[in-house]
Design a protein around this ligand. Structure first.
Ligand code: HEM
Length: 519
């Protein structure tokens, strides 16, 4: 080092920081100019700013982390909406994130202005290395192509063709065998095992046997890896940019276990297949449905098949078991709803396993499911990022009625949990569990942007009908079997945010079997 000159490293750092500063200033200036145009052209106004005296959003990040660790994020979000309005912004590092629970904005993001928004930049990296090019990691034409594959080749658009009632019945019988008589037990744990069994059956044609005494060590390790990796993906999502500094060791171990396990089924399926040139599509009809068989008729790319199948193992398991647990949690605490639902099941179906048509005819069950999804949506918050400069219809200005300018790259967070509990939308009894509010079909239609447990628009959950059918089947069989369900936990419901929302305290119940059902 020559005395009198700054050290080379310091000089490089200064140049680097100056470049960042100049780039950020130029970008801010460009945005400012664009914002002024939008204010002029569309009458846009700024929404309220939550943390005006927190220039880098650091205290917001610290506060949010503390609230998350205390498991109070969702209720705190509702408080913030009531304080700042249904749409507000918050500084997080150098960007301004928009938070909204206004149904008009939700419709704009998910339906009307769908093309202006993306999700893969926010979460694509979280799924690596488990998934390479899954639907969660794509937007635009490649997302559309993947979505079409689920719809047509995996046959999601034809519910009847993907339901396997004998598989469902077998798993439900395994579940019933695990439920003790007149003794408290945590049903949420059993539902997670049930869904693991049903989803592995659905995806691979072979149950993980989590509800049986004969589960192999290999299947047990696989099921644990799927559960663990979901927790790691979710944690990565919550810590945001800091996820890049998290250790990936366990994620790699889980990934290896899952890839090896799913890979075996893919190899076996491909080995069974007849070469393309000799396939007689009409005569090839595998026994029962499984997604791997359905997809292997169209693709023999092992990584592609693995991505399709593993995605559903992640998307379909915890979400559906979370819904099942919420339904039972709420039924146990609302005896009149339990009795009314049970009576309608016994009247319309009796004690036999239900058919698809009977399930569709059970209007009150659908009301109960909607109300449970309203109360505890398994996906309670969601986010998108703008791929172009655009607007939201409302939320700007002091009265919140002006459009809001959104710059390219701006992030927006929206909460079904908050809208589903809004008194503005659901009335003064919004916090009462009342399935009857769904009896009026018109009300459901009117609630367009206010009820979206499966999201809305082109990216709404493709497994919605399947999840509802499966949940209905399980609830019906349980209510046919038990004449009483009592809560056995006086602690309040407490949020647990993984990839899906669930009660951190589980679902502790005690049940009384109906002697007639046993006979
Ligand atoms: C009660 C159960 C379920 C709920 C509440 C639920 C909810 C959702 C939601 C809110 C999304 C949108 C996420 C986003 O784009 O940010 C989604 C996406 C998805 N879900 Fe579900 N889901 C459930 C069950 C299922 C099942 C059983 C399957 C498969 C059989 C499934 C497959 C998918 C897939 C593949 C996507 C990605 C769609 C896309 O990006 O285009 N889900 N789900």
């Amino acid at each position: 080092m020559v005395s009198g000159f700054p050290p080379v490293r310091l000089l490089i750092l200064l140049i680097f920081l100056s470049i960042i500063f100049v780039t950020a200033s130029l970008q801010a200036y460009k945005r400012h100019r664009e914002a002024r145009q939008y204010y002029k052209l569309f009458g846009c106004r700024q929404p309220p700013l939550e943390n005006a005296y927190d220039p880098l959003g650091i205290s917001k990040i610290i506060r949010s982390t503390k609230i998350f660790l205390k498991k109070q994020s969702l209720l705190t979000a509702i408080k913030l909406f009531s304080e700042y309005g249904n749409t507000y912004t918050s500084r997080v590092f150098t960007s301004r994130v928009v938070f909204t629970c206004d149904p008009r904005n939700i419709r704009q993001i998910l339906v009307t202005g769908f093309a202006d928004w993306e999700s893969s930049p926010l979460r694509g990296h979280l799924f690596k290395p488990l998934l390479a090019h899954s639907i969660f990691q794509l937007d635009g034409p490649r997302w559309k192509a993947t979505r079409d594959t689920y719809r047509h080749q995996a046959r999601f658009s034809n519910l009847r063709s993907i339901i396997d009632v004998s598989r469902q019945e077998k798993s439900v019988q395994n579940l019933l065998n695990c439920i003790p008589d007149s003794k408290p037990f945590d049903l949420s744990v059993l539902f997670r095992h049930l869904m693991m069994d049903l989803t592995t059956g659905f995806c691979l044609g072979d149950s993980a046997n989590s509800l049986t005494t004969y589960q192999t060590e290999e299947k047990k390790v696989f099921a644990e890896a799927i559960t663990d990796i979901q927790h790691r993906i979710a944690t990565g999502g919550f810590v945001g940019p800091l996820s890049r500094f998290m250790s990936k060791k366990q994620m790699r171990i889980d990934t290896e276990i899952i890839h090896r396990f799913v890979g075996k089924y893919i190899d076996a399926t491909l080995a069974r297949l007849i070469p393309y040139d000799r396939v007689d599509q009409k005569s090839y009809e595998p026994e029962g449905y499984n997604m791997l068989d359905a997809l292997a008729e169209f693709s023999r790319d092992k990584i592609e098949l693995r991505d399709y199948v593993t995605t559903i193992l992640i998307a379909g398991t915890e979400s559906t078991s979370s819904l099942m647990s919420s339904v039972l949690y709420l039924l146990a605490r609302n005896e009149h709803v339990f009795l009314k639902l049970r009576q309608s099941i016994l009247e319309i179906i009796g004690r036999e396993p239900p058919t698809l048509a009977q399930i569709k005819g059970l209007a009150y069950l659908r009301c109960v499911l909607n109300e449970a999804l309203r109360f505890y949506p398994p996906v309670p918050i969601n986010a998108r990022i703008a791929n172009t400069s655009t607007t939201l219809p409302v939320g700007g200005g002091s009265d919140g009625n002006s459009p809001v300018y959104i710059h390219k790259g701006q992030k927006i967070v929206f909460s079904s949990f908050a809208i589903h509990r809004s008194e503005e939308v659901y009335g003064s009894d919004a916090l009462v569990f009342k399935p009857e509010r769904w009896e009026n079909v018109e009300a459901l239609k009117e609630r367009g942007g206010s009820f979206f447990p499966f999201l809305l628009g082109p990216r709404a959950c493709p497994g919605q009908q399947y999840a509802l059918q499966e949940t209905s089947y399980v609830i019906i069989r349980l209510l046919q079997t038990f004449k009483e369900i009592k809560p056995r936990d006086s602690r309040p419901w407490k949020e647990h945010m993984g990839l899906n929302l669930r009660n951190d305290n589980g679902c502790w119940l005690e049940v009384v079997r109906d002697e007639e059902a046993i006979a």
